[in-house]
Design a protein around this ligand. Sequence first.
Ligand code: S3P
Length: 172
Amino acid sequence: MSKSNIVIIGFMGTGKTMVAKRTAEILNMNFIDTDSLLEKYEEMTVAEIFAKLGEKYFRQRENDIAKEVANKKNMVIATGGGIVLNPDNMKSLSSTGIIIWLKAPIELIYKRIGSDENRPLAYERDFFELEEMYRKRYPLYEQYSDFYIDVSGKSIEEVSKEIEAYYKNIAF
Ligand code: S3P
C-alpha cells in the first residue's frame, strides 16, 4: 500500500487537530482525529475515559484506532499526543502515511494547556512535571517523524500551507 495519508503527531497543545482539519481542506483529503473517533465509539470524552476506565484502557483503544485509521486512504489524521508511546501505533500509521511533527517549545505549550481540564495528563500538572513529560516524548516525535514544523508564532493557515508544500514536493 502506498503512503496516501498524512499523520500529524506532536505534544498536546501544538494545534494538531486544527491543522489537520485545515490541511485536509486545502489538499481535498478527508480529516479524522483519533481522539474524536475514540470518544465517538466510547460515547465518553477522553477525560471521562481516563477517569472511569483508566489510561491503560485508553491506550489499548488508541492502538485499535491507530490500526483502523491506518487502513484508510487519503486521510489527514490528527493523533493524540501520546500516540508515539506505543511503537505498534507508529508502525501501522507510518506504513500508510507520512508523519509530520508539530513542534513547539514547552513554555508555549504550558501557556496553552496548563489548566485544561479536558486534558487529563496536563490538568493539575505544574510546569516542571509537564516539562519532564515533554523531555521524555521529544525523542520519540523526532524518531518517528518524516518532517517537522516549528509552529511557534505561526497561524493554523501558515502551518497547513507548509504541510501542503512538503506533501506536494515529495515523491511517493
Ligand atoms: C494525550 C493527549 C491527548 C489525548 C489524551 C492523552 C497524551 O490528545 O489523547 O489526553 O498522552 O499526550 P491531544 O494531544 O490532542 O491533547
